[in-house]
Design a protein. Sequence first.
Length: 190
Amino acid sequence: MHRRESLTQTSTVIAVDMSRSMFTNGAFFEAKRVAFALNTLIRTRFPRDYLELVVFSYFAMELKPERLLQSDWVDWNGTNIEVALAKSRELLDKHKSTNRQIILITDWRPRPTWGPYGDEGTIEGMLREVKRCTRSGIRINTFMMDSAPASMALAQHMMRMNKGRVFFGLPGQMGRYVLVDYLRNKRKKI
């Protein structure tokens, strides 16, 4: 038997990739809608929960959910998952709830070399940050909008390290997965 436990506090950071490919395949606009919907759900049904939003390209920045409707902050150059995870971990380290998670939404293909904006994050650097998140007790759930075998293998490796989950999909499916997954984890066995 399961019961929804509104006293179970959850701290969540949604990290949204704002690279050019996320725009062209439609995933960025859906990621914005999902973040907005999750923000509304948490504010209305789970007001004790913590939610922040991080957007990233070659850099990562915190963004208030109400700014999702604006676009002056968008910069689609690069995909640096390492800095996105680091910024998310920094925000979550301020909250000591037992349920801490990063929801990573990306279609990533991390670059193993330097890019035009300096170090855009290496695979090794990203995996080091995954280890830091794991040591901090932060679960990473990845919603990946790419079906390239190398990207899928890397995402699965990352999830084995962290004990998080990875969902592979296309724009149009993400919203259902994120919201249902969030509610499912609000249950407590009795």
